[in-house]
Design a protein around this ligand. Structure first.
Ligand SMILES: Cc1cc2nc3c(=O)[nH]c(=O)nc-3n(C[C@H](O)[C@H](O)[C@H](O)COP(=O)(O)OP(=O)(O)OC[C@H]3O[C@@H](n4cnc5c(N)ncnc54)[C@H](O)[C@@H]3O)c2cc1C
Length: 339
């Protein structure tokens, strides 16, 4: 059994990381738990090498650079970090302490902030052994490092933002790119689709992947025209398939939280219906909710400050401006303000 923490944050995506910083700033003892092996949530798992353009203060920022900064900011107050740990079950004990059962143990906490995004998630795979056997041998369901595709002949499958954005992103490094999509309508942003049409990417609509061939590694892809059934064999070095995400709330759905579909309903304090349990980021819903990194940051600050007041009802909701609080702390060497 673990020691008792003030706040356990479930999910170390951008929202959870910023919440960890804010809770440390407020003087709370923090535990940050994530089922993935790395910090950074969707950004680290799905698009570390993509530029993000709508984070306040950054005209553009690479996903992995944003995560590195968030981690640096979050670690200032030394939160306990537990990775590869999924929170499975939740219970209130008689004294209102919260008991969380993880993959490997039990955590005790006075309050809890759920920033679990879209829940445990993984890219959708083809689910066909003859294709999936090439995963890690030329077949990729996410791009970790753009440089891995330098001078490669790429086949990209998909019609959403990931497929189209990666095709555009990889144009400067790849030797050639063919993009196949089952339909002629793309789900990607209209501006990206326009850029795709003007790019050197060989776009083939009404096509899907039928088979992969190769020995140790993918060497050929067989694609089929879904209308004419005509097959084409393409020599390729790598196949990048963006078929969507499989996500589920998993055990969180059974904790007694009020849900709207797969999202947790919160009020303006980011409080859920369970005492001491707050939620923020992609996992929450309220009228007008937008699933953005920027909104997650604001929600994290609101949730943490309200959780701080739940933990200590005599504490102020507003912690003071960090610029002023930190100046005071530097002068007095104390923890004044913020706590
Ligand atoms: C391809 C792509 C491009 C995007 N581009 C942009 C963009 O340009 N601008 C923008 O604002 N947004 C963008 N987004 C959306 C953005 O990434 C999300 O809004 C953001 O990641 C949400 O952050 P979060 O911390 O709330 O959740 P997440 O990033 O989903 O993190 C949640 C974390 O919780 C963990 N978790 C889940 N369940 C459990 C559990 N039971 N126990 C422990 N851990 C758990 C997960 O492993 C995950 O690490 C993009 C998304 C994608 C897929």
């Amino acid at each position: 059994m673990s020691s008792l923490s003030d706040l356990t944050i479930i999910g170390a995506g951008p929202t959870g990381l910023f919440a960890a910083y804010y809770a440390g700033f407020r003087g709370l003892s923090v535990r940050l738990v994530d089922s993935q092996p790395d910090l950074g949530g969707q950004i680290t798992a799905l698009y570390p090498d993509k530029y993000i353009y709508d984070v306040a203060g950054f005209p553009k920022v690479l996903g992995k650079d944003l995560v590195a900064n968030l981690v640096e900011q979050a670690m200032q107050y030394g939160p306990e970090v537990l990775l590869n740990e999924e929170i499975r079950s939740f219970a209130h004990l008689a004294d209102r302490t919260i008991r969380l059962v993880t993959t490997t143990g039990v955590l005790l906490t006075r309050a809890c902030l759920i920033t679990a995004g879209i829940g445990a998630f993984a890219p959708k795979t083809y689910g066909r052994a003859e294709i999936d056997q090439y995963a890690g041998r030329g077949l990729h369901y996410a791009v970790r490092q753009k440089s891995a595709f330098a001078e490669r002949r790429l086949l990209i499958a998909g019609g959403g933002d990931s497929a189209v954005d990666w095709a555009l992103n990889l144009v400067p490094v790849a030797r050639s790119i063919t993009l196949i999509h089952r339909r002629d309508q793309f789900r990607a942003h209209a501006d990206s689709v326009r850029k795709l049409a003007a790019s050197p990417v060989d776009v083939r609509v009404f096509h899907e992947l039928r088979a992969l061939h190769g020995n140790a590694h993918v060497e050929e892809a067989v694609i089929v025209n879904t209308k004419t059934k005509e097959e084409t064999v393409l020599p390729v070095d790598a196949v990048l398939a963006f078929l969507g995400l499989v996500s589920n709330l998993g055990a969180i759905a059974t904790w007694g939280l009020v849900l709207d579909g797969d999202a947790i309903v919160v009020d303006t304090r980011m409080a859920t219906n369970l005492p001491g349990v707050y939620a923020a980021g992609d996992i929450v819903t309220y009228p007008g909710k937008l699933k953005l990194i920027a909104t997650g940051f604001g929600e994290a600050a609101t949730a943490v400050n309200n959780a701080a007041q739940y933990l200590n009802p005599s504490a102020a909701l507003f912690p003071g401006h960090s610029s002023t609080v930190m100046e005071k702390r530097a002068k007095t060497g104390g923890t004044g303000g913020g706590a």
